[in-house]
Design a protein. Structure first.
Length: 300
């Protein structure tokens, strides 16, 4: 009788235990039918749920559902109010996308060298940094992406949101010439004194850790999977190296005032890269604040 019970326990565990993911993995329960949800606002993220191997299409972009049971799609800041999704198996639907209301700012009396490289030395530094960043963004590492949610990378208040257009008017201290430049703020700034700990908002693999990029200064790029990469800029200290695998809440760096910045703060950006494409020119930044609204899973 005891032998029979032992054999039964082994059979039951072989079925159930084999389906248990590793402690550091996040998996999505496979729905009866494909569905899509997420941070449904311009600059947000669509998360589609289906059986692994299913092909999903959102706003004309196709991806194959991976081992997490999801495919994840960035939403452009100029996306229409409704975008469609479909599955190769026949399911389909529409998603209502909330509109943004980003402001336009004019900043006068600015040091133009904080915006553009002007001297020969600055331009050479900027060129080297650009090559370093492009090489990092060319790497795509599997992972759960936004499936487990995000936490704040620093325990400090926000100082500037993602999205406003900034027009800079000033004079270059290098050349003495006036300048004018317009750009969109593609990150989420946090008012952090120098030395504030920066932690991983979600698990992932470090694909770049550099103390001296031209614009970014000390920087860490963290690939969460599904093409989602967090970029942390202006750091005073980098505590990880490329290739390191970290969990949500692990220390990455400390905030600073390095690179092209007017004062100490943390600039946190999130770039969405289409993992189904080898062309990186179509990648774009999304709003980190919207990712903070996603449900956070239990500790990994």
């Amino acid at each position: 009788m005891m032998l029979r019970e032992l054999l039964l326990a082994v059979v039951m565990c072989s079925r159930a235990c084999a389906q248990t993911p590793a402690s550091n993995e996040i998996r999505s329960a496979t729905p009866a039918h494909p569905t899509c949800d997420g941070a449904l606002k311009q600059g947000g993220l669509v998360i589609c749920h289906a059986a692994p191997g299913e092909t999903m299409t959102v706003a004309g972009v196709r991806q194959v559902v991976d081992y997490t049971g999801t495919a994840q799609f960035g939403i452009r800041t100029n996306a229409p109010s409704v975008i469609g999704w479909s599955a190769a198996s026949g399911a389909f639907g529409d998603l209502a996308i909330a509109a943004r209301d980003d402001e336009f700012r004019t900043i006068k009396g600015f040091d133009c060298d904080k915006v553009d490289a002007r001297s020969t030395e600055q331009k050479a530094h900027a060129a080297r940094s650009w090559q370093t960043k492009q090489a990092a963004f060319a790497r795509l590492i599997p992972g759960p992406g936004a499936l487990g949610g995000f936490i704040r990378p620093a325990n400090v208040p926000a100082s500037s949101p993602f999205g406003p257009t900034r027009k800079y008017i000033g004079v270059s201290k290098v050349t003495g010439k006036p300048c004018e430049s317009t750009s969109v703020h593609q990150g989420y700034d946090m008012a952090a004194p120098i030395g504030t700990p920066v932690v991983a908002p979600a698990g992932g693999t470090v694909i770049l850790a550099d103390p001296d990029l031209y614009y970014e200064g000390g920087a860490v790029f963290l690939d969460h999977g599904h093409g989602l990469t967090s970029v942390f800029m202006h750091l005073s200290e980098v505590d990880v190296a490329a290739g390191d695998v970290v969990k949500r809440g692990d220390l990455l760096a400390r905030t600073g005032n390095s690179g092209r910045t007017t004062g100490p703060h943390l600039h946190w950006a999130v770039k969405w890269r289409n993992i189904a494409s080898k062309d990186r020119s179509g990648d774009f930044y999304i709003d980190p604040a919207l990712l903070l609204d996603l449900p956070v899973a239990d500790p990994q």
